[in-house]
Design a protein around this ligand. Structure first.
Ligand SMILES: [Zn+2]
Length: 462
């Protein structure tokens, strides 16, 4: 009998691996951060002696959820955005808060980013997210410390922009590139390689042609991947059309930006030719159904993208436009929205949607060899989902129950890189109340100091 770190046993194992999709009374053996075996409990329990045994009775065992587009700073924005059009909201709500983060960065104090990241990490882990792409402004490399301490897998993406948006939040090109270099180096040396770096062009409106071209050159030279909001609004569609005589997708393609190393967020305003461009260049998509509905930006043509062979992943975008990090809700909404807008209930069946939040998410991030499914040799990123509540029962078809009935509150246990972060709904190492409480107290004081109006109950728990 060989000794291993963790044995998860007695669970209903949903592997997202076509070779053995479902194992009843199944087990996952974990050692040194990786999955050593996946199979029936009777088999694995006789084979391994584990330092820690996790009982998954009445629980689904599945890959950790992968959120491919998020902005941690906006975790401070919950409840701020109703009833404002995108441009008004950017001016009135988002920019004043981003300004705080940029000023903090320039003053060498990084409280806004550190605290919003702590708040976001707690939220993400509770929601069963084990890998998240965080696209963020002016983050000093010290923010990577937070991701390392939290235990999550993070694709940290520097927001780069040089026009259109308020000049107070813009950094000169030289500063942006210096910061990108510092972040890239810091992420390359991150604990267990859990944090990786990506270039983040904000969107075609807010990035000049020289910035887009320089990021492409740097990405090619350094082998770093690119993230960008693409075709999110009708405004962008019209504006890029007027300026360049092209669709936003066509414009980026003309500049040589699109490619298999590019992940586009939203991708709503796409012509059939644009979809063809996504397919031909191997550009990938992060679909944010709830954000798109809340801002009334439109419904992305997900089924058409899938039909064309494009990799489509799922995301929550942020707590400013969602306003939660519930990937189960994102799955359910993605399926419903696509069924509604295509008038076809057959599109996005539950197993396809479940893959979008797991294996396709990994693919969108170029990490499918490492995460996204429960397969031998992959990193041990998995969650245990409680199936005992009334809203989950009976279990007619586990994939459907997970997509249509479950919520993030059903997540009981979270393991990332072979380390238990949350066990039976309790954080193992992280001091949840300190992380959340300190974050909100910081935002309370800092935002008031910056002249942002907040209700007296903003920090009710102080
Ligand atoms: Zn976004």
């Amino acid at each position: 009998m060989s000794e291993i770190d963790i044995l998860v046993q007695n669970g209903l194992v949903v592997t997202i691996d076509d070779r053995q999709p479902l194992i009843e009374d199944g087990a996952v053996a974990i050692d040194r951060g990786r999955i050593l075996a996946v199979g029936p409990t009777a088999e694995l329990a006789g084979q391994y002696r584990a330092k820690k045994v996790l009982d998954a009775r009445r629980k689904a065992v599945m890959p950790g959820l992968i959120d491919t587009h998020h902005h941690f700073l906006q975790n401070f924005h919950k409840g701020t955005r109703d009833d404002l059009a995108l441009l008004d909201w950017i001016d009135q709500v988002s920019v004043p808060r981003i300004k705080v983060a940029v000023q903090d960065y320039l003053n060498g104090s990084h409280g806004a980013q550190l605290h919003s990241s702590r708040l976001g990490c707690v939220d993400a882990i509770r929601a069963g997210i084990t890998t998240i792409l965080n696209m963020e402004w002016a983050t000093d490399p010290c923010v990577v410390d937070v991701f390392e301490q939290a235990g999550l897998r993070v694709v940290h993406t520097l927001t780069m922009t040089d026009q259109w948006i308020s000049p107070e939040v813009l950094l000169p090109h030289a500063t942006l590139y210096r910061l990108a270099d510092a972040l890239r180096q810091r992420c390359a040396g991150s604990t267990e390689g859990r944090v990786t770096f990506r270039y983040g062009l904000a969107c075609p409106n807010s990035c000049s042609v020289p910035l887009i071209q320089e990021v492409r050159r740097r990405a090619d030279r350094e082998g770093v991947l690119i993230h960008i909001h693409i075709a999110e609004t009708e405004y962008e569609w019209r504006n890029i059309g007027e300026l360049f005589g092209a669709t936003p997708t066509g414009h980026l393609h003309n500049l040589g930006l699109l490619g298999p190393d590019v992940l586009g967020a939203h991708c709503i305003w796409l012509s059939d030719a644009d979809i063809e461009l996504f397919a031909r260049t191997g550009t990938k998509v992060a679909h944010n159904p709830e954000c798109n509905m809340k801002i009334a930006d439109g419904a992305a043509p997900i089924q058409k993208l899938l039909d064309a062979g494009v990799v489509v992943s799922l995301a929550t975008d942020s707590c400013a436009v969602n306003d939660n990090m519930d990937m189960f809700e994102a799955m359910r909404t993605a399926a419903f929205l696509q069924k509604l807008t295509t008038n076809d209930p057959r599109v996005l069946p539950a197993p396809v949607t479940l893959r979008m939040a797991t294996l396709e998410g990994a693919r969108a991030l170029g990490m499918e060899q490492e995460v996204g499914s429960l397969e031998v040799g992959k990193k041990a990123d998995l969650i245990l989902v409680d199936l005992s509540a009334a809203h989950m029962r009976p279990l007619n078809r586990i994939e459907n129950n997970l997509v249509y009935c479950a919520s993030s509150h059903d997540v009981a246990t979270v393991i990332c890189n072979g380390r238990v972060l949350l066990e039976d709904r309790r954080f193992v190492a992280l001091d949840e109340e300190a992380w959340v409480g300190d974050a909100v107290a910081y935002a309370d004081a800092r935002f008031r100091q910056a002249g942002i109006e907040l209700p007296s109950y903003f920090n009710l728990f102080s």
